[in-house]
Design a protein around this ligand. Structure first.
Ligand SMILES: *Cc1c(COP(=O)(O)O)cnc(C)c1O
Length: 529
Protein backbone atom coordinates (compact mmCIF):
# COMPACT_ATOMS: atom_id res chain seq x y z
CA UNK A 1 0.00 0.00 0.00
CA UNK A 2 1.47 3.34 -0.92
CA UNK A 3 -1.24 5.21 0.85
CA UNK A 4 -4.52 4.44 2.42
CA UNK A 5 -7.73 6.30 2.18
CA UNK A 6 -10.15 5.81 5.00
CA UNK A 7 -13.62 7.11 4.87
CA UNK A 8 -15.47 6.93 8.09
CA UNK A 9 -18.91 8.05 8.99
CA UNK A 10 -18.73 10.58 11.74
CA UNK A 11 -21.00 9.69 14.58
CA UNK A 12 -24.47 10.83 13.77
CA UNK A 13 -25.12 13.91 15.84
CA UNK A 14 -28.83 13.98 15.18
CA UNK A 15 -29.18 12.08 18.44
CA UNK A 16 -28.10 15.34 20.08
CA UNK A 17 -30.53 17.19 17.88
CA UNK A 18 -27.64 19.14 16.49
CA UNK A 19 -26.59 18.22 13.06
CA UNK A 20 -27.04 15.46 10.57
CA UNK A 21 -24.53 12.86 9.59
CA UNK A 22 -21.55 13.82 7.53
CA UNK A 23 -18.80 12.11 5.69
CA UNK A 24 -15.28 12.63 6.90
CA UNK A 25 -12.48 12.13 4.42
CA UNK A 26 -9.58 10.87 6.45
CA UNK A 27 -6.54 10.39 4.32
CA UNK A 28 -3.36 8.87 5.57
CA UNK A 29 -0.44 9.35 3.29
CA UNK A 30 2.58 7.17 3.87
CA UNK A 31 4.73 8.36 1.05
CA UNK A 32 4.54 11.38 -1.16
CA UNK A 33 6.78 10.18 -3.94
CA UNK A 34 4.60 7.43 -5.40
CA UNK A 35 1.61 9.74 -5.36
CA UNK A 36 3.56 12.19 -7.40
CA UNK A 37 3.96 9.34 -9.84
CA UNK A 38 0.22 8.92 -9.89
CA UNK A 39 -0.25 12.59 -10.55
CA UNK A 40 2.19 12.59 -13.38
CA UNK A 41 0.51 9.60 -14.86
CA UNK A 42 -2.85 11.18 -14.43
CA UNK A 43 -4.08 8.55 -11.98
CA UNK A 44 -5.30 10.84 -9.29
CA UNK A 45 -7.25 8.83 -6.78
CA UNK A 46 -10.76 10.27 -6.50
CA UNK A 47 -10.54 10.36 -2.76
CA UNK A 48 -7.64 12.77 -2.87
CA UNK A 49 -9.33 15.07 -5.30
CA UNK A 50 -12.34 15.54 -3.11
CA UNK A 51 -10.34 15.88 0.06
CA UNK A 52 -9.84 19.37 1.38
CA UNK A 53 -6.55 18.15 2.81
CA UNK A 54 -5.05 18.46 -0.63
CA UNK A 55 -5.78 21.96 -1.77
CA UNK A 56 -3.06 22.26 -4.39
CA UNK A 57 -0.60 20.00 -6.07
CA UNK A 58 2.44 22.18 -5.41
CA UNK A 59 3.42 20.21 -2.33
CA UNK A 60 3.80 17.10 -4.40
CA UNK A 61 6.07 18.77 -6.88
CA UNK A 62 8.46 20.23 -4.29
CA UNK A 63 8.63 17.12 -2.18
CA UNK A 64 12.24 17.40 -1.08
CA UNK A 65 11.84 21.03 -0.06
CA UNK A 66 8.74 20.27 2.02
CA UNK A 67 10.40 17.41 3.83
CA UNK A 68 13.16 19.85 4.82
CA UNK A 69 10.70 22.44 6.09
CA UNK A 70 9.00 19.87 8.25
CA UNK A 71 12.13 18.98 10.17
CA UNK A 72 13.96 22.28 10.51
CA UNK A 73 13.87 24.79 13.33
CA UNK A 74 11.87 27.98 12.98
CA UNK A 75 15.07 30.04 12.99
CA UNK A 76 16.16 28.18 9.87
CA UNK A 77 12.85 28.07 8.05
CA UNK A 78 11.63 31.55 8.88
CA UNK A 79 14.31 33.89 10.24
CA UNK A 80 12.15 36.94 9.57
CA UNK A 81 9.42 35.73 11.90
CA UNK A 82 11.84 34.26 14.41
CA UNK A 83 13.59 37.59 14.66
CA UNK A 84 10.31 39.26 15.65
CA UNK A 85 9.66 36.60 18.29
CA UNK A 86 13.14 37.15 19.72
CA UNK A 87 12.52 40.89 19.84
CA UNK A 88 9.30 40.31 21.73
CA UNK A 89 11.18 38.13 24.20
CA UNK A 90 13.72 40.92 24.70
CA UNK A 91 10.90 43.39 25.23
CA UNK A 92 9.38 41.11 27.87
CA UNK A 93 12.78 40.76 29.49
CA UNK A 94 13.79 44.39 29.72
CA UNK A 95 10.40 45.96 30.47
CA UNK A 96 8.25 46.03 33.59
CA UNK A 97 5.07 44.11 32.82
CA UNK A 98 2.31 45.64 34.93
CA UNK A 99 -0.77 44.76 32.89
CA UNK A 100 -2.96 43.15 35.54
CA UNK A 101 -4.22 40.34 33.29
CA UNK A 102 -0.78 39.21 32.14
CA UNK A 103 1.71 36.74 33.51
CA UNK A 104 4.74 34.72 32.46
CA UNK A 105 3.79 31.09 32.32
CA UNK A 106 6.13 28.29 33.29
CA UNK A 107 8.47 26.36 31.03
CA UNK A 108 6.34 23.23 31.59
CA UNK A 109 3.24 24.98 30.31
CA UNK A 110 5.13 26.28 27.27
CA UNK A 111 6.33 22.74 26.61
CA UNK A 112 2.75 21.46 26.65
CA UNK A 113 1.74 24.20 24.24
CA UNK A 114 4.34 23.25 21.67
CA UNK A 115 3.89 19.50 22.03
CA UNK A 116 2.43 16.89 19.65
CA UNK A 117 -0.92 17.23 21.42
CA UNK A 118 -1.54 20.14 19.14
CA UNK A 119 -2.01 17.70 16.26
CA UNK A 120 -4.94 15.69 17.58
CA UNK A 121 -8.64 16.07 16.91
CA UNK A 122 -10.83 14.90 19.78
CA UNK A 123 -14.33 16.37 19.47
CA UNK A 124 -16.51 15.19 22.32
CA UNK A 125 -15.61 14.43 25.92
CA UNK A 126 -13.11 11.89 27.29
CA UNK A 127 -14.53 8.41 26.77
CA UNK A 128 -17.07 9.70 24.21
CA UNK A 129 -15.22 11.09 21.22
CA UNK A 130 -16.19 11.49 17.62
CA UNK A 131 -12.69 10.51 16.48
CA UNK A 132 -10.41 7.56 17.07
CA UNK A 133 -6.96 7.54 18.56
CA UNK A 134 -7.82 9.35 21.76
CA UNK A 135 -6.54 6.90 24.37
CA UNK A 136 -3.95 9.32 25.77
CA UNK A 137 -5.86 12.48 24.98
CA UNK A 138 -8.69 11.13 27.16
CA UNK A 139 -6.31 10.52 30.03
CA UNK A 140 -4.87 14.01 29.69
CA UNK A 141 -8.29 15.65 29.74
CA UNK A 142 -9.41 13.59 32.74
CA UNK A 143 -6.23 14.57 34.52
CA UNK A 144 -6.87 18.25 33.76
CA UNK A 145 -10.44 17.95 35.10
CA UNK A 146 -9.37 16.11 38.22
CA UNK A 147 -6.62 18.58 39.02
CA UNK A 148 -8.82 21.60 38.28
CA UNK A 149 -11.33 20.37 40.89
CA UNK A 150 -8.53 19.57 43.34
CA UNK A 151 -6.91 23.01 42.88
CA UNK A 152 -10.14 24.55 44.20
CA UNK A 153 -10.71 21.84 46.82
CA UNK A 154 -14.01 20.82 45.18
CA UNK A 155 -15.86 17.57 45.84
CA UNK A 156 -16.32 15.75 42.49
CA UNK A 157 -19.78 14.70 43.70
CA UNK A 158 -20.82 18.35 43.90
CA UNK A 159 -18.83 20.01 41.15
CA UNK A 160 -17.75 19.13 37.66
CA UNK A 161 -15.76 21.10 35.11
CA UNK A 162 -15.20 21.53 31.41
CA UNK A 163 -11.60 22.28 30.45
CA UNK A 164 -12.22 22.75 26.72
CA UNK A 165 -13.07 26.47 26.36
CA UNK A 166 -10.47 28.09 24.10
CA UNK A 167 -10.25 31.11 26.36
CA UNK A 168 -12.24 33.23 28.82
CA UNK A 169 -14.58 34.90 26.34
CA UNK A 170 -15.71 31.65 24.67
CA UNK A 171 -16.15 30.14 28.15
CA UNK A 172 -18.51 32.93 29.14
CA UNK A 173 -20.53 32.67 25.93
CA UNK A 174 -20.84 28.94 26.60
CA UNK A 175 -22.12 29.63 30.12
CA UNK A 176 -24.92 31.90 28.88
CA UNK A 177 -25.71 29.54 26.01
CA UNK A 178 -26.01 26.67 28.46
CA UNK A 179 -28.03 28.51 31.10
CA UNK A 180 -30.48 30.68 29.19
CA UNK A 181 -32.41 31.09 25.95
CA UNK A 182 -31.55 33.72 23.34
CA UNK A 183 -32.62 37.09 24.79
CA UNK A 184 -32.41 35.72 28.30
CA UNK A 185 -31.56 38.43 30.82
CA UNK A 186 -28.16 38.88 32.40
CA UNK A 187 -26.73 41.46 34.80
CA UNK A 188 -23.00 42.12 35.07
CA UNK A 189 -20.75 44.89 36.34
CA UNK A 190 -20.57 47.65 33.72
CA UNK A 191 -17.34 47.70 31.70
CA UNK A 192 -16.33 51.26 32.69
CA UNK A 193 -16.87 50.25 36.33
CA UNK A 194 -14.50 47.29 36.14
CA UNK A 195 -16.59 44.57 34.49
CA UNK A 196 -15.66 42.62 31.37
CA UNK A 197 -16.93 43.00 27.80
CA UNK A 198 -18.43 39.51 27.96
CA UNK A 199 -20.69 40.49 30.85
CA UNK A 200 -23.10 42.07 28.36
CA UNK A 201 -21.40 45.31 27.42
CA UNK A 202 -23.23 47.78 25.17
CA UNK A 203 -23.21 51.54 24.73
CA UNK A 204 -25.80 54.14 23.83
CA UNK A 205 -25.05 53.65 20.15
CA UNK A 206 -23.97 50.08 19.82
CA UNK A 207 -24.22 46.58 21.20
CA UNK A 208 -20.50 45.99 21.53
CA UNK A 209 -20.19 42.48 22.94
CA UNK A 210 -22.02 39.55 21.36
CA UNK A 211 -23.20 38.86 24.91
CA UNK A 212 -25.36 41.99 24.57
CA UNK A 213 -26.48 41.10 21.03
CA UNK A 214 -27.68 37.58 21.82
CA UNK A 215 -28.81 38.25 25.37
CA UNK A 216 -30.50 41.19 27.08
CA UNK A 217 -28.16 42.78 29.55
CA UNK A 218 -28.48 45.40 32.23
CA UNK A 219 -25.37 46.60 33.99
CA UNK A 220 -24.86 47.30 37.67
CA UNK A 221 -22.40 49.93 38.80
CA UNK A 222 -19.95 50.97 41.48
CA UNK A 223 -20.70 53.84 43.82
CA UNK A 224 -19.12 56.91 42.23
CA UNK A 225 -17.74 58.18 45.54
CA UNK A 226 -16.42 55.00 47.15
CA UNK A 227 -15.63 53.01 44.02
CA UNK A 228 -17.29 49.97 45.65
CA UNK A 229 -19.97 47.84 44.00
CA UNK A 230 -23.40 49.22 44.82
CA UNK A 231 -25.09 46.00 45.92
CA UNK A 232 -28.25 47.79 47.10
CA UNK A 233 -28.79 49.33 43.70
CA UNK A 234 -28.11 45.96 42.04
CA UNK A 235 -30.77 44.39 44.28
CA UNK A 236 -33.23 47.15 43.43
CA UNK A 237 -32.64 46.93 39.67
CA UNK A 238 -32.67 43.14 39.70
CA UNK A 239 -36.18 43.26 41.17
CA UNK A 240 -37.25 45.27 38.12
CA UNK A 241 -35.19 43.55 35.43
CA UNK A 242 -35.60 39.99 36.77
CA UNK A 243 -32.38 38.57 35.33
CA UNK A 244 -31.88 34.85 34.83
CA UNK A 245 -28.13 35.15 35.40
CA UNK A 246 -26.23 37.50 37.72
CA UNK A 247 -22.52 37.73 37.02
CA UNK A 248 -20.08 38.25 39.87
CA UNK A 249 -16.80 38.99 38.18
CA UNK A 250 -14.37 41.79 37.48
CA UNK A 251 -11.45 42.81 35.31
CA UNK A 252 -10.63 45.99 37.14
CA UNK A 253 -11.72 46.05 40.77
CA UNK A 254 -9.35 45.92 43.68
CA UNK A 255 -11.64 44.60 46.41
CA UNK A 256 -12.99 41.14 47.24
CA UNK A 257 -16.50 40.40 46.06
CA UNK A 258 -19.36 39.76 48.47
CA UNK A 259 -20.56 36.46 46.99
CA UNK A 260 -23.01 35.93 49.85
CA UNK A 261 -24.77 39.17 49.00
CA UNK A 262 -24.77 38.28 45.29
CA UNK A 263 -26.34 34.91 46.24
CA UNK A 264 -29.14 36.60 48.17
CA UNK A 265 -29.92 38.87 45.24
CA UNK A 266 -29.84 35.92 42.82
CA UNK A 267 -32.13 33.86 45.08
CA UNK A 268 -34.60 36.68 45.41
CA UNK A 269 -34.94 36.63 41.61
CA UNK A 270 -34.61 32.90 41.06
CA UNK A 271 -31.50 33.63 38.98
CA UNK A 272 -28.31 31.65 38.55
CA UNK A 273 -25.26 33.11 40.21
CA UNK A 274 -22.31 32.92 37.86
CA UNK A 275 -18.84 33.95 39.03
CA UNK A 276 -16.26 34.88 36.43
CA UNK A 277 -13.05 34.63 38.45
CA UNK A 278 -10.73 35.15 35.44
CA UNK A 279 -8.55 37.73 37.14
CA UNK A 280 -8.42 36.28 40.61
CA UNK A 281 -8.40 32.52 40.03
CA UNK A 282 -4.81 32.17 41.26
CA UNK A 283 -5.67 33.95 44.50
CA UNK A 284 -8.75 31.75 44.92
CA UNK A 285 -6.74 28.56 44.31
CA UNK A 286 -4.26 29.68 46.95
CA UNK A 287 -7.18 30.21 49.36
CA UNK A 288 -6.15 33.76 50.24
CA UNK A 289 -9.36 35.55 49.21
CA UNK A 290 -13.03 34.49 49.56
CA UNK A 291 -13.99 31.71 47.15
CA UNK A 292 -16.86 32.04 44.69
CA UNK A 293 -17.46 28.29 44.99
CA UNK A 294 -19.12 28.75 48.37
CA UNK A 295 -22.09 30.54 46.83
CA UNK A 296 -22.21 30.21 43.04
CA UNK A 297 -23.87 27.79 40.62
CA UNK A 298 -21.33 28.23 37.85
CA UNK A 299 -17.77 29.58 37.90
CA UNK A 300 -15.66 30.38 34.84
CA UNK A 301 -12.04 31.34 34.64
CA UNK A 302 -9.23 32.08 32.29
CA UNK A 303 -6.13 30.07 33.13
CA UNK A 304 -3.45 32.54 31.99
CA UNK A 305 -3.87 35.44 34.42
CA UNK A 306 -3.00 35.07 38.13
CA UNK A 307 -3.31 31.30 37.69
CA UNK A 308 -0.23 31.46 35.40
CA UNK A 309 -1.25 28.60 33.12
CA UNK A 310 -1.83 28.45 29.36
CA UNK A 311 -4.09 30.89 27.49
CA UNK A 312 -7.36 28.97 27.91
CA UNK A 313 -10.62 28.80 29.86
CA UNK A 314 -12.38 26.48 32.31
CA UNK A 315 -16.02 26.30 33.39
CA UNK A 316 -17.02 24.75 36.74
CA UNK A 317 -20.65 23.76 37.35
CA UNK A 318 -22.54 22.41 40.33
CA UNK A 319 -23.84 18.84 40.38
CA UNK A 320 -26.19 16.99 42.70
CA UNK A 321 -29.18 18.41 44.58
CA UNK A 322 -30.13 22.00 43.71
CA UNK A 323 -33.10 22.30 46.08
CA UNK A 324 -35.75 20.26 47.88
CA UNK A 325 -39.40 20.89 46.99
CA UNK A 326 -42.13 21.19 49.67
CA UNK A 327 -43.16 17.65 48.83
CA UNK A 328 -39.67 16.53 49.81
CA UNK A 329 -38.77 15.80 46.22
CA UNK A 330 -35.15 16.53 45.40
CA UNK A 331 -34.57 18.86 42.48
CA UNK A 332 -31.26 18.08 40.84
CA UNK A 333 -28.85 20.38 39.03
CA UNK A 334 -28.80 19.75 35.30
CA UNK A 335 -25.92 22.11 34.57
CA UNK A 336 -23.39 19.49 33.57
CA UNK A 337 -25.12 18.42 30.36
CA UNK A 338 -26.17 21.96 29.49
CA UNK A 339 -22.71 23.50 29.91
CA UNK A 340 -20.95 20.61 28.19
CA UNK A 341 -23.33 20.72 25.22
CA UNK A 342 -22.93 24.50 24.95
CA UNK A 343 -19.14 24.19 24.72
CA UNK A 344 -19.32 21.36 22.21
CA UNK A 345 -21.09 21.02 19.84
CA UNK A 346 -22.82 24.31 20.64
CA UNK A 347 -19.98 26.75 20.17
CA UNK A 348 -16.69 24.98 19.63
CA UNK A 349 -15.21 22.18 17.57
CA UNK A 350 -12.08 20.22 18.38
CA UNK A 351 -10.58 20.85 21.82
CA UNK A 352 -7.11 22.41 21.95
CA UNK A 353 -5.39 19.46 23.56
CA UNK A 354 -2.08 21.24 24.01
CA UNK A 355 -3.86 23.90 26.06
CA UNK A 356 -5.69 21.24 28.06
CA UNK A 357 -2.36 19.63 28.95
CA UNK A 358 -1.15 23.09 29.97
CA UNK A 359 -4.19 23.44 32.23
CA UNK A 360 -3.43 20.04 33.75
CA UNK A 361 0.10 20.99 34.69
CA UNK A 362 -0.83 24.51 35.80
CA UNK A 363 -3.49 23.05 38.12
CA UNK A 364 -0.82 20.75 39.57
CA UNK A 365 1.44 23.73 40.19
CA UNK A 366 -1.49 25.61 41.75
CA UNK A 367 -1.63 23.04 44.57
CA UNK A 368 1.95 23.56 45.74
CA UNK A 369 3.14 25.60 48.75
CA UNK A 370 5.32 27.65 46.35
CA UNK A 371 2.21 28.70 44.46
CA UNK A 372 0.48 29.83 47.66
CA UNK A 373 3.57 31.86 48.58
CA UNK A 374 3.60 33.33 45.09
CA UNK A 375 -0.04 34.44 45.37
CA UNK A 376 0.53 35.94 48.82
CA UNK A 377 3.53 37.82 47.45
CA UNK A 378 1.45 39.24 44.59
CA UNK A 379 -1.00 40.76 47.08
CA UNK A 380 1.79 42.07 49.32
CA UNK A 381 3.45 43.68 46.31
CA UNK A 382 0.20 45.27 45.14
CA UNK A 383 -0.47 46.62 48.63
CA UNK A 384 3.08 47.92 48.89
CA UNK A 385 2.66 49.68 45.55
CA UNK A 386 -0.52 51.35 46.84
CA UNK A 387 1.45 52.66 49.83
CA UNK A 388 4.38 53.83 47.74
CA UNK A 389 2.15 55.66 45.25
CA UNK A 390 -0.03 57.15 47.98
CA UNK A 391 3.13 58.45 49.65
CA UNK A 392 3.91 60.24 46.36
CA UNK A 393 0.51 61.94 46.36
CA UNK A 394 -1.44 59.58 44.11
CA UNK A 395 -5.04 58.61 44.76
CA UNK A 396 -5.88 54.91 44.67
CA UNK A 397 -9.52 54.07 43.88
CA UNK A 398 -11.18 52.48 46.96
CA UNK A 399 -8.08 53.54 48.92
CA UNK A 400 -6.10 50.36 48.36
CA UNK A 401 -6.34 46.74 47.28
CA UNK A 402 -7.17 43.25 48.58
CA UNK A 403 -5.98 41.56 45.40
CA UNK A 404 -3.34 41.61 42.66
CA UNK A 405 -4.11 44.97 41.10
CA UNK A 406 -4.86 48.60 41.79
CA UNK A 407 -6.51 51.46 39.98
CA UNK A 408 -4.72 54.82 40.12
CA UNK A 409 -7.05 57.80 39.82
CA UNK A 410 -5.02 60.50 38.05
CA UNK A 411 -7.65 63.25 38.11
CA UNK A 412 -5.71 65.28 40.70
CA UNK A 413 -2.49 65.15 38.66
CA UNK A 414 -3.47 66.76 35.37
CA UNK A 415 -2.23 63.67 33.51
CA UNK A 416 -4.84 61.68 31.55
CA UNK A 417 -4.95 57.88 31.47
CA UNK A 418 -4.00 57.82 27.78
CA UNK A 419 -0.95 60.04 28.27
CA UNK A 420 0.12 58.07 31.32
CA UNK A 421 -0.16 54.78 29.46
CA UNK A 422 1.82 56.21 26.54
CA UNK A 423 4.68 57.74 28.52
CA UNK A 424 5.02 54.64 30.68
CA UNK A 425 5.19 52.51 27.55
CA UNK A 426 7.98 54.76 26.28
CA UNK A 427 9.96 54.07 29.45
CA UNK A 428 9.28 50.30 29.18
CA UNK A 429 6.53 50.02 31.78
CA UNK A 430 3.46 48.27 30.36
CA UNK A 431 0.07 49.09 31.90
CA UNK A 432 -3.31 50.18 30.61
CA UNK A 433 -5.44 53.27 30.82
CA UNK A 434 -8.71 52.66 32.62
CA UNK A 435 -11.85 54.53 33.53
CA UNK A 436 -12.21 55.49 37.18
CA UNK A 437 -15.54 55.87 39.01
CA UNK A 438 -17.09 59.15 37.94
CA UNK A 439 -15.34 59.36 34.57
CA UNK A 440 -17.50 61.12 32.02
CA UNK A 441 -16.03 59.44 28.94
CA UNK A 442 -14.90 55.87 28.40
CA UNK A 443 -12.74 57.14 25.53
CA UNK A 444 -10.76 59.53 27.69
CA UNK A 445 -10.28 57.63 30.93
CA UNK A 446 -8.65 59.22 33.95
CA UNK A 447 -6.82 56.29 35.47
CA UNK A 448 -4.34 53.52 34.96
CA UNK A 449 -4.64 49.91 36.09
CA UNK A 450 -1.51 48.36 37.53
CA UNK A 451 -1.08 44.67 38.34
CA UNK A 452 1.63 42.68 40.09
CA UNK A 453 1.19 39.03 38.93
CA UNK A 454 3.80 39.15 36.14
CA UNK A 455 6.43 41.08 38.10
CA UNK A 456 5.97 38.80 41.10
CA UNK A 457 6.64 35.80 38.84
CA UNK A 458 9.99 37.43 38.07
CA UNK A 459 10.85 37.53 41.77
CA UNK A 460 9.85 41.09 42.64
CA UNK A 461 9.36 41.51 46.40
CA UNK A 462 8.16 44.38 48.58
CA UNK A 463 11.68 45.81 48.86
CA UNK A 464 11.76 46.39 45.10
CA UNK A 465 8.37 48.06 44.91
CA UNK A 466 9.54 51.52 45.97
CA UNK A 467 11.91 51.65 42.99
CA UNK A 468 9.01 50.75 40.70
CA UNK A 469 6.76 53.42 42.22
CA UNK A 470 9.56 55.94 41.69
CA UNK A 471 9.90 54.98 38.01
CA UNK A 472 6.16 55.43 37.55
CA UNK A 473 6.25 58.75 39.38
CA UNK A 474 9.16 60.03 37.30
CA UNK A 475 7.36 58.96 34.12
CA UNK A 476 4.19 60.79 35.10
CA UNK A 477 6.18 63.91 36.08
CA UNK A 478 7.88 63.79 32.69
CA UNK A 479 4.48 63.59 31.02
CA UNK A 480 3.62 66.94 32.62
CA UNK A 481 6.70 68.44 30.97
CA UNK A 482 5.58 66.97 27.65
CA UNK A 483 2.08 68.40 28.08
CA UNK A 484 3.58 71.80 28.89
CA UNK A 485 5.12 71.75 25.40
CA UNK A 486 2.33 69.97 23.52
CA UNK A 487 -0.88 71.32 24.99
CA UNK A 488 -3.73 68.99 25.96
CA UNK A 489 -4.24 66.93 22.77
CA UNK A 490 -2.93 63.36 22.69
CA UNK A 491 -1.78 63.61 19.04
CA UNK A 492 0.36 66.64 19.88
CA UNK A 493 1.62 64.91 23.02
CA UNK A 494 2.80 62.00 20.90
CA UNK A 495 4.47 64.33 18.40
CA UNK A 496 6.50 65.99 21.16
CA UNK A 497 7.48 62.56 22.50
CA UNK A 498 8.65 61.50 19.08
CA UNK A 499 10.35 64.69 17.93
CA UNK A 500 11.45 66.96 20.78
CA UNK A 501 15.18 66.33 21.39
CA UNK A 502 15.14 67.40 25.05
CA UNK A 503 12.14 65.20 25.86
CA UNK A 504 13.52 62.31 23.86
CA UNK A 505 16.76 62.27 25.78
CA UNK A 506 14.93 62.47 29.13
CA UNK A 507 12.70 59.58 28.09
CA UNK A 508 15.69 57.55 27.03
CA UNK A 509 17.54 58.14 30.29
CA UNK A 510 14.54 57.00 32.28
CA UNK A 511 13.93 54.02 30.01
CA UNK A 512 17.55 52.92 30.47
CA UNK A 513 17.09 53.06 34.24
CA UNK A 514 13.91 50.96 34.05
CA UNK A 515 15.47 48.42 31.69
CA UNK A 516 18.61 48.01 33.78
CA UNK A 517 16.42 47.38 36.81
CA UNK A 518 14.16 44.98 34.94
CA UNK A 519 16.93 42.85 33.46
CA UNK A 520 18.01 41.85 36.96
CA UNK A 521 14.90 39.69 37.29
CA UNK A 522 14.72 36.49 35.30
CA UNK A 523 11.87 35.25 33.14
CA UNK A 524 10.64 31.66 32.93
CA UNK A 525 10.48 29.98 29.52
CA UNK A 526 13.05 29.60 26.76
CA UNK A 527 16.10 31.86 26.93
CA UNK A 528 15.83 33.38 23.49
CA UNK A 529 12.19 33.04 22.56
C1 LIG B 1 -9.77 38.35 30.76
C2 LIG B 1 -11.19 38.18 31.13
C3 LIG B 1 -12.06 37.43 30.32
C4 LIG B 1 -11.74 37.01 28.91
O1 LIG B 1 -10.68 36.25 28.72
P1 LIG B 1 -10.00 36.09 27.26
O2 LIG B 1 -9.14 34.92 27.49
O3 LIG B 1 -9.28 37.37 27.02
O4 LIG B 1 -11.08 35.84 26.29
C5 LIG B 1 -13.34 37.19 30.78
N1 LIG B 1 -13.74 37.67 31.96
C6 LIG B 1 -12.95 38.42 32.75
C7 LIG B 1 -13.47 38.91 34.06
C8 LIG B 1 -11.65 38.71 32.35
O5 LIG B 1 -10.89 39.49 33.12
Amino acid sequence: MIFSVNFMMAVNWTSHGVRSSRLVGNIIINSLEPIKGHLLQGHVPKAILISKHVATTTCWRSKSKMAGVLHKNLWETDPELFDLIKKEKQRQNCGLEMIASENFTSLSVLQCLSSCLHNKYSEGLPGARYYGGNEYIDQIEWLAQKRALAAYRLDPEQWGCNVQPYSGSPANLAVYTGLIEPHGRIMGLDLPDGGHLTHGFFTQNKKISATSIFFESMPYKVNQETGLIDYDKLAENARLFKPKVIIAGVSCYSRCLDYKRFREIADENNAYLFADMAHISGLVAAGIIPSPFDHCDVVSTTTHKTLRGPRAGVIFFRKGVRSVAKSGEKIMYDLESRINAAVFPGLQGGPHNHQIAGIATAMKQAQTPEFIDYQKQIVKNAQQLCKALTARGYKITTGGTDVHMLLVDLRNTGVTGSKAERILEDISIACNKNTVPGDKSAFNPSGIRLGMPALTTRGIKEEHVDDIAEFIHKGLELSKQVTAKSGPKLVDFKKVLENDPEIKSKVKALRDEVENFSRKFSLPGYDEY
